[in-house]
Every structure is written in structure tokens, then in C-alpha cells.
Design a protein around this ligand. Structure first.
Ligand SMILES: *Cc1c(COP(=O)(O)O)cnc(C)c1O
Length: 425
């Protein structure tokens, strides 16, 4: 498993500087405290660690390769590019790292039921998979709109024995599914563990999910030292809630010379509602400017139990968001990212839907790898920067998931003459 790094943050109350914490109804305070205690005990327990290491290896497929992308390196003519192949994991994305950790923890806590929220369905599928493997009952909350756009993942969850509950409130997407899952947890907390899918929500989730995902960077560090005898110059990852990004970055945070670039969904443009850029400014090419159109923008606020940057209109109403990639389509961001941005440790930027789709096509053609549209955002930023880098520079991109789930969208945007329907999309 991840070296359970002796991080100094968050503090005892779950704060990353000004961000994080625990902003929940009174009824959830005790369950969150119980969860934190159980997690702290588990992480220093050899039996728990051995079980998790075993499942990550034999069930999920770790370690994942760190692959030198020779074709892409040659194509871009700049830095040496490595891909961390989380797309090769069981269920197709990094989500399984966290689900196995929390699933084992639930068993230790004597909980027989897992609940989860899901947007695109990747986290729901990973949770349903772990529930089936560990013999637990599973309920997944999913917005009605997402159920319609991600039907295949709904079938996968059902086949794995999970109940998928449609959520018809609000925008009928991820944010509303989280609300429903929290409501369920309040009612059934005796029997139920809430398996949150990213580094969001109330303490201890941002810390715990980060630690389960930090296996990504821990492996990368050893692999790049073996391959290149030195640390990389920069790391690239996409940011939805922020778990695959912090998972890659975490073990390098103290290495001041390692630059980190986190890429958000710039969607269709800078207008509020058209993107999911919380820590950067879409379309400006300048991650330092947070102000957006229409008087609305991302600013600190509370969503789903944590204090962080939240996209909101000028009246403080949570904004709708848009991204071609459902996994990046969320109005808040993990509190540790808000902190890392404030400290200037990580650079946050955004690319558009179009740029991400083009990057997915480039990787497919140059490497024979079809990425999910989420990490295609990280690749799109790399496509802009790599040609300007020196040939000695070493770059690692977190390829957080594979593109199978996005084939419908990719098919609609194939250039004419390649079987696609460009111009109609
Ligand atoms: C869910 C998902 C993401 C976004 O979630 P993070 O918590 O930001 O990592 C990114 N990539 C893939 C493939 C996903 O499934």
C-alpha cells in the first residue's frame, strides 16, 4: 500500500490552512469521529495493511506501469513523457484504490452496507465491485440525468448486485446524488459506511482518500528513479474532486523542484455554468485570475461538509457546471487543493472540451491508448507545453482512467471521413 506518509496536514480538526474541516449536521459528528478513529487505528495495523496491499496487487492490478510514451515524446518534440497507467486497473480508473481501502475499513468497523454517490458511474462501479468482492450490500445514488447519459455503468452496477437509486432533485447530477447519500447515511449510520469517492466532504474524507490514492505517487517515485535516476521536472493531472491529482502529487510535495500542474474542466467557455474551473480561470490561459463572467465565480464557501472553493453566482447560489467529462463536472474542489493553490505549490489551469477531445485523439493515434476524457484534460495542457520544453526534461502525466466509458462522445466527434459525425455534434 501507499507509504502512509507522515503528513503534517490536515491538522487534528481536518484543516488545510483555512480550508477543510467538518461542517455537517450534529447527527453526523459522531459517525465522522468514529470513522476517523477507525481509520487511524487501521492505518497502523499490519493486518489491515497486508490485506489492502494484497487486494491492490491481486484484485486491482497494482503496481501500474510507468510507461515511457516514446511516440508522443517524438510527436511533440520536447520533454520526455511518461504515463502513469492507472487506466490499466480493474474497473478502468484509479477509483478502485480508494474503494478497496474504505471497503476493508467498513468490514473492520462491522458495517455490512456501503453507500456511494456517483456522477459518470466510475465511482459507483468501483464501489459496487468492492461490495461484491467483500460480500457487502451496496446502494449507489445517481442523478437521473447521469443515469440517462451513462446507462452502461448503471447496468454494470446492477450486474454487480448494487441497487442504483435515481435522484430527481436539483440538477439531477452528482451534487444532488451526494446530498441523497448524506441523507441516507444520517438515517442508517449504524449499519452503513458512506464510501465517498474523492478528496471532498467533511474530515476525515479528504485526508483518508488522499492517503489511499497516494499509492500512485509513491509507486511513480520509485519507478522514475529506476528509469531515469532522478525525479521528474513536472507532474500533470486532471482535477475533479482532486483525488487522482493529489494521489500523484502527495509524495513529491516536499521536492521543491518538482513542478505540479493540475488541470480543470474549462468546458465551453468562461461564462458561469459553462465550465468547472474552481481554482483557475477558463479561457484566460492564466491560472491566477479567479473572476468569471456574470458576477459569478468560485470563492470560498461550504459544500458537502467542507470549506473550500465553490462555484457560485453573485447571490451565493451553487452554480451549475459543464464539462464534456462527467468526472470533472463538480462545483467544489477538495480543500487541500484550495490550500495548495493559495500556497502556490501547485499551478491550476483549465482546458476546454475541444482541447481535451483533441488530446484524446492524439494519444490514441500516437500511442495506441484511448484515455478517459478526464485525463485527456491533463494531456491537453501537456500538448501545449511539451514542445517548448527541453529534451532532457522529464514529465509524468497521470492517466487516471481508460476511454471505454467515453466512446459515445468520442465517436460523435471523430473528424469527417473517419466514420464520425463531426459538424453534427
Ligand atoms: C472520477 C474520475 C476523475 C476525477 O476525480 P478526481 O477525484 O479528481 O480524481 C478523473 N479521472 C477519472 C478517470 C475518473 O474516473
Amino acid at each position: 500500500m501507499a507509504r502512509l506518509a507522515g503528513a503534517t496536514l490536515p491538522d487534528a480538526r481536518g484543516h488545510f490552512g483555512a480550508y477543510g474541516g467538518r461542517f455537517v449536521p450534529e447527527t453526523l459528528m459522531a459517525p465522522l469521529e468514529e470513522l476517523e478513529r477507525a481509520y487511524r487505528r487501521a492505518r497502523s495495523d499490519r493486518g489491515f495493511r497486508r490485506a489492502l496491499v494484497g487486494l491492490l496487487r491481486d484484485f486491482a492490478g497494482r503496481p501500474t506501469p510507468l510507461y515511457f510514451a516514446e511516440g508522443l515524446t517524438r510527436h511533440l518534440g520536447g520533454a520526455r513523457i511518461y504515463l502513469k497507467r492507472e487506466d490499466l486497473l480493474h474497473t478502468g480508473a484509479h477509483k478502485i484504490n480508494n474503494c478497496l481501502g474504505q471497503g476493508l475499513l467498513a468490514v473492520r468497523m462491522g458495517k455490512r452496507r456501503l453507500i456511494a454517490e456517483t456522477g459518470a458511474g466510475q465511482h459507483g462501479v468501483a464501489t459496487a465491485t468492492v461490495a461484491a468482492h467483500l460480500g457487502l450490500v451496496c446502494t449507489v445514488y445517481m442523478g437521473e440525468k447521469d443515469m440517462a447519459r451513462q446507462r452502461l455503468n448503471v447496468f454494470r452496477m446492477q450486474l454487480l448486485g448494487a441497487e442504483v437509486v435515481p435522484v430527481a432533485s436539483g440538477s439531477r447530477t452528482l451534487k444532488d446524488a451526494i446530498n441523497e447519500a448524506m441523507r441516507d447515511w444520517v438515517t442508517n449510520v449504524e449499519s452503513t459506511h458512506y464510501l465517498l469517492g474523492s478528496v471532498c466532504g467533511a474530515h476525515p474524507y479528504p485526508m483518508m482518500v488522499r492517503n489511499f490514492q497516494s499509492v500512485i505517487g509513491w509507486e511513480t517515485r520509485q519507478q522514475i528513479l529506476r528509469a531515469e535516476k532522478r525525479l521528474p521536472d513536472s507532474l500533470f493531472a486532471c482535477v475533479g474532486g482532486g483525488s487522482n491529482a493529489i494521489g500523484l502529487f502527495y509524495d513529491f510535495l516536499r521536492d521543491r523542484r518538482v513542478k505540479m500542474i493540475a488541470v480543470e474542466a474549462g468546458g465551453r467557455g468562461p461564462e458561469l455554468g459553462q465550465h468547472a474551473a474552481r481554482l483557475s480561470s477558463p479561457g484566460s490561459g492564466d491560472g491566477s485570475r479567479l473572476r468569471q463572467g456574470s458576477g459569478g465565480r468560485a470563492r470560498p464557501g461550504v459544500l458537502h461538509g467542507t470549506y473550500t472553493y465553490v462555484l457560485q453566482d453573485k447571490h451565493g447560489q451553487i452554480s451549475t457546471t459543464h464539462s464534456v467529462s462527467a468526472g470533472l463536472d463538480y462545483p467544489a474542489v477538495g480543500p487541500e487543493h484550495a490550500y495548495l493553490r493559495e500556497r502556490g505549490r501547485v499551478e491550476y489551469t483549465a482546458v476546454s472540451d475541444e482541447e481535451a477531445l483533441e488530446a484524446a485523439r492524439v494519444l490514441a493515434r500516437q500511442e495506441g491508448i484511448i484515455p478517459a476524457l478526464e485525463p485527456a484534460h491533463a494531456l491537453a495542457e501537456l500538448l501545449k507545453r511539451a514542445p517548448k520544453m527541453r529534451p532532457k526534461e522529464i514529465v509524468v502525466v497521470n492517466l487516471s482512467g481508460r476511454g471505454d466509458k467515453d466512446m459515445d462522445i468520442l465517436a460523435k466527434t471523430l473528424p469527417p471521413g473517419r466514420g464520425g459525425q463531426a459538424g453534427q455534434a
